[in-house]
Design a protein around this ligand. Structure first.
Ligand code: HMG
Ligand code: MG
Length: 286
């Protein structure tokens, strides 16, 4: 049976965009439940400016509070060296830098152009690799940008190539505002596959238009075997108006099981975690 990995991003990409700021204890309880589900990697922290994303302010406490499973890497976003040092001090097992394929989103998300952001990431990747900490690289707006409109596959490939050349071990391709169609996703992936081996790519789909599972199918057909998802369908992106939640982990896991893929996940635990996640959402999302 072919294996597909779900990379759980709920405690980070999910909770960063919920109206309600979840207390650290609730985040710890969610991550601890997810740790018994069979994931290999869980993104649960983000060392960004709390003025930009207040929901992630307790990230060091979350990493200190969780009960770590030795087989799981607990990951954190790190936009700059300050974030990297904080993530390292907090004991993150893996860090992630996050670039954009569109200038408008880059400016809104990290207050820098695409090139300036990549320049900031280079020392982060270098410092992480010097201590054998794996670095993941995100590319946002791989199909469409809320500020600039349609994004060309070549623009995505350019940023993916730079992050991979810098030393990111995996490139996660984000349909940040969930506007992708299977055709557009396939066109984008064909371009990115030319510059980054397909085994190093992950799909990161938001479900704004209810097409995330169709887009995952398109990516599976082109050889991708890692997908990001957020338990309970939490989240969105604070600097991408209109971004609905990430595709729900429970939906992706059930979909993959139906297609005959092995995810190694315990669907009962996922379902329990999804209930916890939904209870943590802002009241407006209930
Ligand atoms: P800036 O304002 O240009 O930078 O922000 P700055 O250097 O002037 O710093 C501003 C303030 O932040 C200063 O504090 C710094 O000390 C502080 P002040 O002097 O005003 O009191 N600061 C920090 N604090 C904590 N941790 C840090 C840090 N760095 C500076 N690491 C910056 C630039 C990058 C910091 C800011 O734009 C930022 O934090 N952006 C993060 C935005 C974000 O987290 N977005 C969501 C994640 S990306 C995403 O969700 C997409 C993804 O899911 C894939 C997809 O769906 O597409 C990954
Ligand atoms: Mg996202």
């Amino acid at each position: 049976m072919d294996t597909v990995e779900i990379y759980e991003v709920g405690p980070r990409d999910g909770l960063q965009n919920e109206a309600r700021e979840s207390p650290v204890a609730e985040k710890v309880a969610l991550v601890d439940t997810l740790s018994t589900a069979g994931f290999r990697r869980i993104e649960c922290a983000s060392f960004v400016s709390p003025k930009w994303v207040p929901q992630m302010a307790g990230s060091a406490e979350v990493l200190a509070g969780i009960t770590r499973a030795p087989s799981i890497r607990y990951a954190a976003l790190t936009p700059n060296m300050r974030g990297f040092e904080d993530a390292r001090a907090a004991g993150a097992d893996e860090v992630a830098v996050f670039g954009s394929a569109s200038e408008g989103f880059s400016r809104a998300n990290v207050n820098a152009s695409i090139d300036e952001a990549l320049e900031r990431f280079a020392p982060v990747v270098e410092a992480a690799r010097a201590i054998d900490l794996p670095v993941r690289g995100y590319v946002s707006c791989v199909v469409e940008c809320p500020y600039d409109g349609a994004v060309s596959p070549d623009a995505v490939a350019r940023v993916a190539d730079r992050l991979f050349a810098m030393g990111c071990y995996e490139i996660s391709l984000g349909d940040t505002i969930g506007q992708g169609t299977p055709d557009a996703v396939a066109r984008m992936l064909l371009a990115v596959r030319e510059v980054v081996p397909v085994g190093r790519l992950a799909g990161h789909f938001h479900d704004t238009n209810g097409r995330a599972l169709d887009n995952i199918d398109a990516a599976l057909a082109l050889g991708l075997r890692v997908f990001d998802a957020a338990v309970g369908g939490l989240g969105g992106c604070p600097y991408a108006p209109g971004a609905a939640g990430n595709v729900a982990t429970e939906a992706v896991a059930a979909h993959l099981a139906r297609l005959g893929y092995n995810t190694g996940l315990d669907l009962d635990v996922i379902s329990k975690a999804a209930d916890m996640a939904r209870a943590m959402r802002g009241a407006d999302k209930d």
